[in-house]
Design a binder for this molecule. Structure first.
Ligand SMILES: Cc1cc2nc3c(=O)[nH]c(=O)nc-3n(C[C@H](O)[C@H](O)[C@H](O)COP(=O)(O)O)c2cc1C
Length: 226
């Protein structure tokens, strides 16, 4: 599958067929995630625990709630952690690894979804990380970022249309119009965290990403007047 097809077709998949994932595919996933970039000259602080045991998957599924999450129905999950002693930016390293797993899974015909563990609580009041560490007998320096559930998709999701993409989030150079758009972009579903100044301009993907008249122009003229 072409790289851009993988990117365009990826969606979070939370329902899976029950057929197991072949060992060969698991090996491909492993070889892929181990090629992920990592900080501090490539310290690779991550650790990956691949879980296929149904009972264990059921226990991981309730890491954050009494109701089991989608991890329950997955034939495989990867618990992604990192040694916080190895690197101050282990969160970034672990997050990039999660992305590698999700995109590689897509390229291999699998679907997957991220279940956030870090900064989330278990229903008994403990950190979800502590619950997962205890379940898998992991040491305390191993921080748990996420569980990535994977399986052959049992739900279909439409890729995002190019027309629906939030093109207003792409800014060409630091023009006043771009700064205004960035300031006002907090005026979204999570409330306004900065005073909105100007509404984002209505523009097409082409205006931002493929401005034909870009050479010598910092920002498409239609946006400068917004
Ligand atoms: C950091 C991060 C944490 C996420 N945590 C969860 C989660 O705990 N549960 C869940 O169902 N989906 C989770 N997701 C998936 C998002 O809900 C999903 O990516 C988003 O709704 C956009 O949908 P899409 O992936 O199909 O494009 C997470 C995604 C990211 C990047």
């Amino acid at each position: 599958m072409d790289y851009f097809e993988v990117i365009e077709e990826r969606r979070s998949i939370r329902k899976y067929e029950q057929r197991p994932i072949a060992e060969e595919i698991i090996q491909k996933l492993a070889a892929s995630v181990l090629r992920a970039p990592s900080s501090r000259g490539g310290r690779r602080p991550w650790e990956f625990v691949i879980v296929t045991d149904r009972k264990m998957l059921g226990k991981l599924a309730v890491a954050r709630s009494k109701e089991p999450s989608f991890v329950m129905g997955a034939p495989l999950a990867v618990v992604v952690g990192a040694d916080e002693r190895a690197c101050d930016v282990w969160i970034e390293d672990a997050s990039i690894a999660c992305t590698y797993i999700l995109l590689s899974a897509q390229a291999l015909g699998l679907g997957g979804c991220w279940m956030q563990i870090r900064e989330r609580k278990h229903p008994d009041g403990r950190w979800a990380e502590a619950y997962v560490r205890e379940l898998l007998d992991l040491p305390s320096h191993l921080r748990v970022q996420a569980i990535i559930a994977l399986g052959y998709p049992a739900e279909a999701k439409e890729p995002y249309n190019a027309e629906e993409l939030p093109v207003g989030k792409i800014h060409r150079e630091n023009t006043p119009a771009a700064s205004n758009r960035i300031r006002s972009s907090g005026d979204g579903p999570f409330g306004s965290f900065v005073l909105p100044t100007a509404k984002p301009a209505i523009a097409t993907f082409r205006d931002y990403v493929f401005p034909l008249s870009q050479i010598g122009i910092l920002c498409p003229p239609c946006l400068e007047s917004a």
